[in-house]
Structures are given as C-alpha cells and as structure tokens.
Design a protein around this ligand. Structure first.
Ligand code: PGA
Length: 252
C-alpha cells in the first residue's frame, strides 16, 4: 500500500530559532490532529537539522535535508555529505529540485551519485522532476520527465526503489502562484507511474508515492490530492506557516 505524504520544503528561509519554532508548531499540530491520512515531513536547511531533530517526534514528523553532496567526504569546502545529514537524525533528503538543477547546475549524473550516497546512508529520497514552460509548450513534458527519472534512478534495484518518493514539480508552477490544474498534474503523475511500472512492474509502481509540487496551498490541495495518482505534495511557500501547512496536511 502506498503512503500519502505532505512534505514541506522550507528552501532558504528561517533562522535556526525561527525554524525550531515552526517545526515545534508543526509537530504539535500533527500530534493533536486525529486520523491524519498522510505522513508529514519538514525539509529544512542543513544548519537547522540537529536543532529541529531535538524538538520533533520523528515518528510523527519526518525530517529532510534539501540536498547532499555527490562525494563521500574530503576536500569539498562548503559541502554537506549524506553521512553528515544522516548523523543529525534526519531520515529524508530532497534531491534534484529544479532550483538545484537550474541555479547550481546539478546534472542527472551528479544526482545519480547523490541518490546512491543518500540510500547507502539510510536516507529516503524525495526526488524532484519537472518541465519548464518552454518544454511544456514544445510538447516535451514526457521526454523531460522520462529522462530525469531514468537517468538518475533507473539503475536502482527494486529493493532500493522502496526508499524513493517522486515529486513532480512543473517549474512554471513553483513559487509563481500558477498551480497546474489537477487534470494537468494527474496526467503527468499517471505517466510517471507508468514509467515505474515498465521498469519495476505494476505492484511496485502501485506502491510508489508521487507528490505534486508547485503553488500547492490549502485552497487547492484537496482537489489535487483527490486524483488517483497524486499521493500528496511537496510544499514550498505554504510550508512556512504551520497553519497553512496543516491546511494542506488535512486536505486528504
Ligand atoms: P512552492 O514551491 O510551493 O512555493 O511553489 C514548491 C517547491 O519548490 O518545492
């Protein structure tokens, strides 16, 4: 049975005290909520991981880093390894976000290495993919998604695949207020599940969690999450206020 997930991606927002406060509020709200139909994760800056881990109940709220290095250890000034992330008590890492691909030139090959290192260190991976507006208008959505997923993930074994969550995030919908319609999102989610089925079979595809990301908010989450292949969301802007985030968490 696949799990529904709502994961916050705080990006480069909040100081450590602000982040600790936000994580506390989310954890308290999740603990108080009855009958939640999804797992909840917060994706925080590296600097916040240890402090946030101390104030959350990891059984109730998962903890994700937003990146990790594509090297094991050594002379890579400013980088943070998958082992370091795992040593904070975090249990997830977000990889391949379009902001990392676009602003920091992360390639499918680098992401493949990051995925391997994350899994070797016991982290689950939230792997992002998504097309630009230009690619959508040129009719290339499926080609882009297929390349992003297959080049960085299809070397994995079925056993490893159990630790992968996919997040479909059309770049044109991120932080723009322009959500994909639920039908547009469902079309791509179904395509992704089909790709996974071709590679790993129907059962594993059926168990794979596929999140939608891009201007998801309390007012549109329920419609998105009602679609058969949309299993939750990766939430940027609306994850920075516990009330908004919980409005999405309770949208199932
Ligand atoms: P947004 O970001 O919700 O602010 O659009 C989503 C994301 O980039 O993960």
């Amino acid at each position: 049975m696949r799990r529904n997930i709502v994961a916050g991606n705080w990006k480069m927002n909040t100081t450590v005290p602000e982040g600790v406060q936000l994580a506390k509020e989310v954890c308290e709200a999740v603990s108080a909520a009855q009958g939640l139909k999804c797992d909840v994760i917060v994706g925080v800056p590296f600097t916040h991981l240890t402090a946030v881990r101390e104030v959350i109940d990891i059984e109730k709220v998962g903890l994700a880093a937003q990146n990790c290095a594509d090297h094991v250890s050594g002379a890579y000034t400013g980088e943070v390894s998958a082992a370091m992330v795992a040593s904070t008590g975090a249990n997830y890492v977000i990889l391949g976000h379009s902001e990392r691909r676009g602003y920091y030139n992360e390639t499918p090959e680098m992401l493949k290495t990051k995925v391997d290192l994350a899994l070797e260190n016991g982290l689950k991976v939230i792997f992002c993919c998504g097309e630009s507006l230009e690619e959508r208008e040129a009719g290339k959505v499926e080609d882009v998604i297929k390349a992003e997923i297959s080049e960085s993930l299809f070397h994995l074994t079925a056993e490893q695949w159990a630790n992968i969550v996919i997040a479909y995030e059309p770049i044109w919908a991120i932080g723009t207020g322009k959500t994909a319609t639920s039908d547009q999102a469902e079309e791509v989610h179904a395509f992704i599940r089909g790709l996974v089925a071709e590679k790993f079979g129907d059962e594993i595809a059926g168990d794979t969690t596929i999140l939608y990301g891009g201007s998801c908010k309390p007012s549109n989450a329920a419609e998105l999450f009602a679609k058969p292949d949309i299993d939750g969301g990766l939430i940027g802007g609306a994850s920075l206020k516990a009330g908004d985030f919980m409005g999405i968490v309770t949208a199932f």
